[in-house]
Design a protein around this ligand. Structure first.
Ligand code: LRH
Ligand code: MN
Length: 424
């Protein structure tokens, strides 16, 4: 389903006056508003191909209908998101959930929707039909060399598929670990995993990156072999300059200081990118910014500070991706909300008075430091995010337009209520 430009323009005309009033006030409030708007226009967030349908838990799955039934329909749905917010210009595929039967045709279709292919994701956490060996006791860590070999070959195959699509990075998340003390020799598991990753790393084209995603628990509940930022860092440091750590916000132990982890990985030049989402308890994969918007702001505050300190390009030097699962919300509305929350946190971080903060930090003026940060967090930058969309040809209010056009109803009409999308 392609969204005609004129429908976006007429929506914008209807709400333009209100937007311009808010924008005028925000421009008077935020000193570097113009440069913030430009940075927002350039900032693109990749949409996960596995989050376009209804997720579920072991207790149940309640489909909302109209889900994409193929990779082609997934690209159409991401294209729709991108035409609404002009900030979702890439899709991240998960293999084998989304194997492109005809990569060239898929590449052309994506280009027609203004989409690039971000990181491709391997999957050695599920057994595929007619797979020779099971990953029940892990993949790259497995005590059985033949199973490690199978997992290595899968990752190399995923790189090949990514190259055909124009992707330039591989994300490796390993569910490997153990459920009980004594089940696993940690030293051997680490060594097997490192040697296996070295073989995958050796298959990377020169311009590619490998993102190693860590996670504290699930599906293993005693140990995870890439269980935290430190373990991931120790692997990627040994692998080489093309290997980086990927931070999924939901993969931390309770109360972890994620913004400090981000600051350190950036300083070490080993931060590769993000899987944005939010959570209250475990890896809940909820809408970004829905539970802890201040933490999301603090993470972007460290990102802006750390990337500027290294002269990095905000839009292109890190992998910006969402990783969410939708149990009760319309997947497309949920993703629109996540992009909005991420753009808002980025804009707020860009509005921080960095000079004043530096002076206050040098003077150990703790209250002043907090006031400067909280002033930025409490600044309503939504008009700047909307203005960036408007200038890029998007809708001033994407969710309102999505609903006014009854897009979900049309998708259900076209695809039916029972359509099930591959993914989580
Ligand atoms: C693991 C994870 C990983 C993906 C999967 C879909 O929890 O975050 O990034 O492979 O979700
Ligand atoms: Mn993830």
């Amino acid at each position: 389903m392609q969204l005609e430009k004129y429908k976006i323009q007429s929506h914008n005309e209807d709400v333009l006056a209100g937007h311009q009033r808010k924008l005028a006030f925000t421009l008077s409030e935020v000193e570097n508003a113009e440069s913030i708007i430009q940075k927002l226009v350039d900032f693109q967030i990749a949409i996960p191909s596995w989050a376009l349908g209804t997720g579920g838990t072991r207790f149940g799955r309640f489909s909302g209908g109209g889900e994409p039934r193929s990779l082609e329909e997934k690209i159409e749905d991401v294209g729709l998101l991108h035409s609404l917010n002009q900030a979702s210009g890439a899709i991240s595929l998960h293999i084998p959930w989304d194997i492109p039967q005809n990569p060239q045709a898929i590449k052309v279709l994506a280009a027609q929707h203004g989409l690039k292919f971000d990181a491709v994701n391997s999957n050695t956490f599920q057994d595929q039909p007619n797979q020779a060996h099971s990953y029940k006791f892990g993949s790259l860590q497995n005590v059985n060399k033949a199973i490690r070999k199978q997992a290595i070959e899968h990752n190399i195959e995923v790189i090949k598929q990514g190259i055909e699509l124009g992707s330039e990075s591989l994300t490796v998340w390993l569910s490997d670990g153990s459920c009980f003390p004594g089940q696993l020799n940690f030293r051997k598991a680490y060594q097997n995993t490192l040697e296996s990753l070295e073989e995958i790393y050796a298959a990377l084209p020169d311009n590619w990156k490998l993102f190693l995603e860590y996670k504290c628990a699930e599906p293993n509940f005693y140990s995870t072999t890439v269980g935290d930022w430190g373990q991931s860092y120790s692997y990627v440091k040994k692998l080489g300059d093309k290997a980086f750590t990927l931070v999924d916000l939901g993969h931390h132990l309770p109360n972890a200081n994620i913004e400090q982890i981000v600051s350190l990985l950036l300083m070490e030049g080993k931060l590769g990118g993000f899987h944005f989402n939010d959570s209250k308890y475990g890896d809940d994969d909820l809408t970004a910014g829905a539970l802890k918007p201040y933490q999301l702001f603090l993470i972007f505050n460290e990102l802006v500070e750390g990337m500027d300190a290294r002269g990095m390009n905000h839009a292109t030097d890190l992998g910006w991706m969402i990783d969410a699962s939708h149990n009760v919300e319309d997947p497309l509305e949920d993703l629109l909300q996540s992009v909005e929350a991420i753009m808002t946190a980025y804009a707020q971080a860009l509005s921080v008075d960095k000079k004043a903060l530096e002076i206050a930090q040098e003077e150990n003026d703790v209250v002043r430091c907090q006031e400067i940060l909280q002033d930025a967090f409490r600044t309503d930058v939504r008009a700047l995010v909307a203005e960036a969309r408007l200038r890029a040809g998007g809708a001033l209010n994407p969710i309102a337009l999505y609903r006014n056009l009854k897009i979900r109803e049309n998708l259900i009409q076209e695809r039916g209520l029972k359509a099930v999308s591959t993914g989580l």
